[in-house]
Design a protein around this ligand. Structure first.
Ligand code: HSE
Length: 400
């Protein structure tokens, strides 16, 4: 019997307990022994909960119990999660987490500590919710240089943009709905401003290059400036608006960013709707692969956390190697990427042509008093220069 402690009894923590309970038999078979939740750490009490007797309020109680071999963290946020993680690992406990903020900031450090102590630090649920993407990158796609990794990495914003396009619903109503369904972060600003996707693409890029990527270095745009008018144009163009986190191998480094894109149906990410996430990977030998599934929510995320616990139990006497060294990799400026841009402006046609040259004008039903167009292929520096020269920009969304 393996005894574990779950830190945080919110959406994910209670999901972990539920998955372990509901799938007890199959989990025991696959892990090779039974997994029991001995403690649940939370500030609150849950008197009506069947696990009420396992709730503790002091982390020391868990640390001092030699029976605990795995600590599962589902509290979110960097602190006190980082302090708790270090304490667990340094005391020789395995550690599993769904916390992308913690892993994006301290992943390399925790992995190095875990290696030193011959334990495991696994974080499969930190990107893509229930989709297995971390383990495939670490264990399966190891023969390739990854040239591109791009994905729909935030379920809340994908859910919102799907609903806004399909139902014409309001931004605030759709956000509330996503929060009620347990998709959103405690502070949904992290979802809608792209910070959550930024941490996830930082983790994925760190794993594909084996070095530390600082998420603060990743250019990040959210979806808060996307309007109902943009969806009208997208519809007229047969495109969907999606928030993407992307990384492209550029020389010896990577170029990474988070931004909304207009996708057409030739993109493998075009059909990813609602709360689903997908991660597209292009390897120099493999070619293309895509990982798709439930990207947020209680049970999908908890399922990935429990899968890590099972992996830990299967490897409880060894450290599973993970290449993510603490040395930082300097990213290439995102403006080096070339692409096309959808632009809405009140500028006159002559000013548009002078700044951008030949463009493709787009019309949308019921939209007047402005001009919308798609530029030719250009890099980010050329776009910025042309946009400044033309002025009067109402909107700009990258086109893929
Ligand atoms: N708020 C996140 C999302 C949860 O919507 O994708 C999963 O990381």
């Amino acid at each position: 019997m393996v005894k574990i402690a779950v830190l945080g009894y919110g959406t994910i923590g209670s999901g972990v307990v539920e998955v372990l309970e509901k799938n007890r038999d199959v989990i025991t078979r696959r892990a090779g022994e039974e997994i029991e939740v001995k403690y649940i750490l939370d500030l609150r009490d849950f008197p009506e909960d069947p696990y009420a007797d396992r709730i503790v309020h002091d982390y020391e109680e868990i640390c001092q119990d030699p029976e605990i071999s795995v600590v599962v963290e589902a509290m979110g946020g960097v602190e006190p999660a980082f302090t708790f993680a270090k304490k667990a690992i340094l005391a020789g406990r395995h550690f599993a987490t769904s916390n992308k903020a913690l892993i994006a900031k301290h992943g390399a450090e925790l992995i190095a500590m875990a290696q030193e102590k011959s334990v495991n630090c696994l974080f499969g649920a930190s990107v893509g919710g229930g989709i297995p993407i971390i383990r495939p990158l670490n264990c399966c796609l190891t023969a390739d240089v990854i040239e591109e990794i791009s994905g729909i990495l935030n379920g809340t914003t994908n859910y919102m943009m799907t609903k806004m396009a399909d139902e014409g619903s309001d931004f605030d109503d759709v956000l509330k709905d996503a929060q009620q369904k347990g998709f959103a972060e405690a502070d949904p600003t992290a979802d809608i401003e792209g910070h959550d996707a930024c941490r996830k693409i930082a983790i994925l890029t760190s794993l594909v290059c084996g070095r530390q990527i600082d998420f603060e270095d990743i250019h990040t745009e959210g979806i808060t400036k996307i309007t109902a008018t943009d969806f009208k144009y997208a519809k007229a163009m047969g495109r969907r608006i999606r928030l993407l986190g992307s990384s492209y191998k550029t020389g010896d480094s990577y170029c990474a960013m988070v931004a909304p894109y207009m996708l057409d149906d030739s993109s493998p990410l075009y059909g990813v709707n609602g709360v689903f996430n997908a991660v597209f990977v292009r390897g120099n030998m493999l070619g293309d692969a895509m990982f798709y599934g439930s990207g947020a929510g209680k049970l999908p995320t908890a399922s990935a956390v429990v899968a890590d616990v099972i992996d830990i139990v299967r490897h409880k006497d060894e450290h599973i190697p993970l290449e993510w060294r603490p040395e930082k990799l300097e990213l290439v400026d995102y403006r080096q990427l070339t692409g096309r841009y959808f632009v809405r402006t009140t500028a006159q046609p002559a000013a548009i042509e002078k700044a951008f040259g030949m463009v493709t004008v787009v019309e949308a039903e019921g939209v007047t008093g402005e001009t919308a167009f798609v530029t030719g292929e250009m890099d980010g520096y050329a776009y910025e220069q042309a946009a400044e020269q033309m002025g009067d920009i109402l909107q700009c969304i990258r086109v893929k």
